[in-house]
Design a protein. Structure first.
Length: 78
């Protein structure tokens, strides 16, 4: 899982928004290397889990993800 993904999260975000912040263009690679590991680790969650392929699907940090983001930000500010 990539920590950069956690840092760019701000509320609920579309896949395209996340990719834009990370300056990535390949959707398949992004899903495989960023989204899937973060979902499997329960760091992020889908806003529409019953429609994973919905064009309006957004992602948000879970409580676990929010704690991780705080830790990452604290480490970056040291």
């Amino acid at each position: 899982m990539n920590c950069n993904l956690i840092i760019v999260f701000n509320g609920e975000m579309l896949r395209a928004q996340l990719m834009q912040f990370l300056k990535l263009k390949d959707r398949v690679n992004f899903a495989r290397k960023y989204i899937e590991p973060a979902l499997d680790s329960q760091i992020i969650e889908m806003t529409q889990p019953d429609s994973p392929n919905s064009p309006t699907q957004k992602y948000r940090l879970t409580n676990k993800g929010l704690l991780l983001k705080k830790q990452l930000e604290a480490t970056a500010n040291e």
